[in-house]
Design a protein around this ligand. Sequence first.
Ligand code: E4P
Length: 218
Amino acid sequence: MKLFVDTADLNDIETIAGWGVLSGVTTNPTLLNRVDGDPDAIYRRVCELVDGPISAEVVADARGDMVTEGRRLAAIHPNIVVKLPMGAEGLAATSVLASKDVRVNMTLVFTAPQALLAASSGAAFVSPFVGRFDDIGESGIDQLRQVVEVMASPVFDTEVITASVRGPVHVLEAARIGADIATIPPKVFYQMLQHPLTARGIEQFTADAEARTARTTG
Ligand code: E4P
């Protein structure tokens, strides 16, 4: 499974990109609202930091305006993927943009039937939201499993981006289910990185290496 980072924070993107683990980035209007600066300049900088699909979300709500805004975003950089919301307008705009070889990531997808519609409209990526189900006491992973199952059809070459990730368990379950990608908040990346047994092991190895050096150099 490929790992994307789910943020517009350039510092977090640069830090995690430095680990050599990132294959892409997703943003959305909420994430963009948390950072200052010109959105286009942010997208261009992200494209410099990570060589992979960079999702930039359209805010227009009518198909014609979505197409216009999507084409403008796609023109920023070849790696820009246009994010459109699930719905009749989003599907119609996706089919137009896909016909012009503009890649679309269809977002705010919650069920397998919605994912089927997204893939059928020509979306290159579909983003089923897992965490927002869990937020209301339902199982987002169960819905993700159904999305991955239907997307496995040879009819589609749409990649599944596990979105709305709330912790390392979501990442693990998405990988086990066979999702193509998980887009992961920085906080969860840091949770994935750390474990007390790792820290304790590094401490012990360092102490033993220092003890040997002291013993052998007198
Ligand atoms: C990613 O593309 C989504 O916009 C994001 O993962 C949504 O996460 P949230 O449900 O925490 O807002």
